[in-house]
Every structure is written in C-alpha cells, then in structure tokens.
Ligand binder design. Sequence first.
Ligand code: AMP
Length: 307
Amino acid sequence: MSVLVVGSVALDSVETPFGKADDTLGGSGTFFAASASDFTSVRLVGVVGSDYPFDRLQALTKRGIDISGVERADGESFRWRGRYRHDLNSAETLETRLGVFSHFRPKIPAQFRQTPYVFLANIDPRLQLDVLQQVEKPKLVACDTMNFWIESRRSDLLQLLKHVDILLLNDAEARQLTEKSNLVKAARWIMERGPRHVVIKKGEHGAFMFTPDAIFFAPAYPLEDVFDPTGAGDSFAGGFIGYLSQKGTIDEAHLRRAVVYGSTMGSFAVEKFSIDRLLEIERRDIAKRLDAFGRLVAFESDPPENA
Ligand code: AMP
C-alpha cells in the first residue's frame, strides 16, 4: 500500500532556547513524507519556488519518496518563521509567507490518483479539497490543519471535514475550531461533522484518539532533550498513517498501535532541527523506542484487598 500526501514544502527559520536555524527543509508535506517513508511508499505533492534548494530534496528520494508531484514554479518558496520559548509545546508563528502556494493548484499525476491512503497535510483547505476531487475512491482520507487556516478558511475547512475519515490536530486547534474547551466535547463536535475518528495531540502530554466506541490515550515519549519541536505533529501523522498503510487494515487494534507509532515518530523529529533526525533513524531505532513505550505504560494490576 502507498500514501499520497499533499502539503507544504517549505523553508523554515526556527528559534528555540537551544539554537537557531535558517531556511531549513520544512513543511507539513516534507515532515510527513520523511516520517511515513519508514513504513510505506510515499508520493509527495506540493510546490516550491525558484529559490528552493531542490537538490536537497534528494534526501527524500533516497528514502524511496516519489517527489515527481513536487512542482517547481517561478517565485518565492513557502516560508515559515517560528519561535519556541521555554514551553516547547506551542510554536509562536513570527511570519508565514505563502509565496508560490498562493497560486498553486495541485495536479495529482495520473499514476497517483488511485493511491489508497491519502493524507491532506496542513495547507490551505481549498487545496486539500481540490486534491480530493482528483483522487479515485481512496481507502482512507486523513487530514491536519492549524490555527492559520481555522481563522482564515473556516467554511472551506468545515466543507472538507465532510469528506475526511480521520482528523488529526492539536488541543489548541481543536478548541479553536469547535469553540469547546473540553476535548471530549470538541472531538464529538468534530465527529458530528464528518470524521469517524479524531486524534487530538497534546504535545509532550501525549495524544487522544476518539473513535465511535472508545477513547484511547498514548503518552508522548519522555525525552530528556527536546531540541526543536517543529514538525512533531506532521511526523506523528507520518507514523500514524504510514503504519496503517503498511498493514492495510483500519480496525481498532491497528488504530491504537498507529497512535503509538505516531507518538514514536514525533519523538524522533524533535531531537534535531528540520528532518535531520528522521533521515538518520533506522527501523531498529523505531522498534527500540516502541518497546520503551510499552514499558512506560506497563504495570501489573493488583486489586485492593478487602479492608
Ligand atoms: P508541526 O508539525 O505542526 O510542527 O508543523 C511544522 C511545519 O508546518 C513547518 O515545517 C512549517 O513549514 C509548516 N507550516 C507552518 N505554517 C503553515 C501553514 N499556514 N500552512 C502549511 N504549513 C505550515
């Protein structure tokens, strides 16, 4: 099985308490693709400007990611500038420059249109809708969004939700979208508008998955050194959808494991700037961390004795 992802392919400039990096490879599509490629074959669709160091995308090709759907257009690449202070859970956006994304109309190459798993990474909901009109009966459609689009494209986003099976977003975005402070209520609100499943990520506090019958929770891996949180959400989505696509089954047990794979991949992404750590890790690193997750939540139950 393979995954088609459309999302931003960006140049990020990021400041964290531990350092600063300018014009690094970033974007929701890029992080997702780098993470999902550990599980499945990935087809990336997006656009970059004439200033983009296109050669550097070869790092993705080396991992088997098909970048033939990344267009090169005249103009400036998408640029995001952000800062994290000591609370590494929330990014402060300093600048978003859409550049070539403002006139982009995704063209899904004919050979990608029947991809069974589709991930609409964080980008203008109008583009996400556009992609859905071009794909042919995918087995699963999942999507992400962020405050920028919830504010500026709310009605397009609500229209999109009608066609989505799984929405992944963080707690602040869920509250902003639904205007509900309680996350259980927020998830219900979303599920009444289309998605059958909702994953609400809470940064270093883990992630909830809401399904029609149950709520599942997985912690985030307690890392001692979080270096740069950028891309954690997209990498989570890459692990989550990548695993589901590899297995080809979308039942409760697989969805629960997918959340843990998501958390695992998010934990790698934050260890270095950009996609650097994702490009380094091997399957055995993922397996080791997954084991550590198992130990983190394992305990033997010992019922209370009668008083
Ligand atoms: P996250 O996984 O939520 O940390 O996403 C980080 C990535 O989102 C960065 O690499 C940015 O380039 C990208 N990004 C930031 N703002 C936007 C936006 N408005 N639309 C699409 N992508 C964005």
